[in-house]
Design a protein around this ligand. Structure first.
Ligand code: ZN
Length: 264
C-alpha cells in the first residue's frame, strides 16, 4: 500500500460539512495517511482545530494568514493568530505569501505580513506553505535573505523551469496539485526536467480538482490521481512518487509517521 501526504488541503471548509467522514475514508482507501491543513484567516481557525481534534492522526494544522486576507487590520489579526501557539502545536506556517492577482493595492501590507510570518517560522523552526500568485519573483527576492534558515513549499506551483530552479536554490520545494493534470499545463515539462526530488503532493481542496474532476469539489483522496499523473509523466511507479514526496513532506514539516497504521 502506498503512503501519500496531502501537504495542502482545506478540508475544514463548509464544502465538507455534510460528508467529511466519507471524505476521510476515501483518503484512507487510497493511502493518504496525513493531510496538512493551512489556515486562512481568523474565522477558519476554530473550524480547522475542530477537524484536527476529530482526526488527530490524519489532520495536522498549520497557522498563518492568507495573503488575500491581509487587510488594514492585519497586524492585530497576526497578533491574535500568533496567540494560538500558546495553546497547541502546528506542523507549519501557512498559508502565507503574496497574491497580486486579486489585489495589488495591499502589496505593502502583504509583504509585511509575509515577513512577520517568516520570522514566526524561523522562531518556531517550522516549514512554510507559500501561496504566490503573480508574485513569485518578488516572493523569491523576499526569501533570499533567509536562505539556509528555513524551508517550505511553493504551493500549487505552475510556473516556469527558471523560477522552479530559483526556488530549489533557496532550499524550497514545489507543491504539485490538480492544475498539473489540466491539458496544456506547462508544469509537466518542469516536472520532467526536475524529477521527483523536490516535489510534494497537494490538492488545495476544495479548489482545483484534477482531471477528470476539473471544476468539481476537490478532496484529499485525489492526491492519488495527481501522484499517478506525475508517475506517468516521469515513467516511474506511483509507489516511487509516493515514497519520495512523502519523505519530502516529512522532512519539510518535521512530521512523524501516523501513530496508527492506516487500515483499509
Ligand atoms: Zn490553500
Amino acid at each position: 500500500m502506498v503512503e501519500i501526504i496531502d501537504t495542502h488541503s482545506h478540508l475544514y471548509g463548509e464544502e465538507f460539512l455534510e460528508d467529511i467522514e466519507a471524505v476521510i475514508q476515501r483518503c484512507k482507501d487510497v493511502g493518504v495517511s496525513q493531510i496538512l491543513l493551512p489556515n486562512i484567516d481568523l474565522e477558519s481557525v476554530d473550524k480547522m482545530h475542530v477537524l484536527c481534534e476529530a482526526y488527530p492522526d490524519i489532520c495536522l494544522p498549520m497557522m498563518g494568514l492568507h495573503p488575500c486576507s491581509v487587510d488594514a487590520n492585519y497586524k492585530e489579526t497576526l497578533n491574535v493568530l500568533y496567540d494560538n501557539f500558546q495553546r497547541r502545536d502546528y506542523c507549519g506556517i501557512g498559508e502565507i505569501g503574496m497574491d497580486l492577482f486579486w489585489d495589488v493595492t495591499t502589496q505593502d501590507w502583504q509583504e509585511d505580513a509575509f515577513l512577520t510570518q517568516i520570522e514566526w517560522a524561523i522562531e518556531k523552526n517550522l516549514g512554510v506553505s507559500i501561496h504566490s500568485r503573480n508574485a513569485t519573483q518578488r516572493v523569491i527576492e523576499l526569501l533570499k535573505p533567509y536562505k539556509g534558515k528555513l524551508t517550505g513549499v511553493f504551493h500549487c506551483f505552475t510556473e516556469s523551469l527558471e523560477l522552479a530552479q530559483e526556488i530549489i536554490k533557496l532550499d524550497f520545494y514545489l507543491g504539485i496539485g490538480g492544475v498539473s493534470t489540466f491539458k496544456k499545463a506547462g508544469v509537466v515539462s518542469v516536472i520532467q526536467e526536475l524529477g521527483l526530488e523536490r516535489l510534494v503532493l497537494e490538492t488545495d481542496s476544495p479548489y482545483l480538482a484534477p482531471t477528470p474532476f476539473r471544476g468539481k469539489r476537490n478532496e484529499s483522496s485525489y492526491t492519488a490521481i495527481i501522484g499517478k499523473f506525475i508517475a506517468d509523466s516521469l515513467v516511474v511507479s506511483l509507489d516511487k512518487v509516493a515514497e519520495v514526496t512523502t519523505l519530502n513532506a516529512r522532512h519539510i514539516y518535521k512530521i512523524n509517521e501516523p501513530k496508527a497504521k492506516v487500515t483499509v
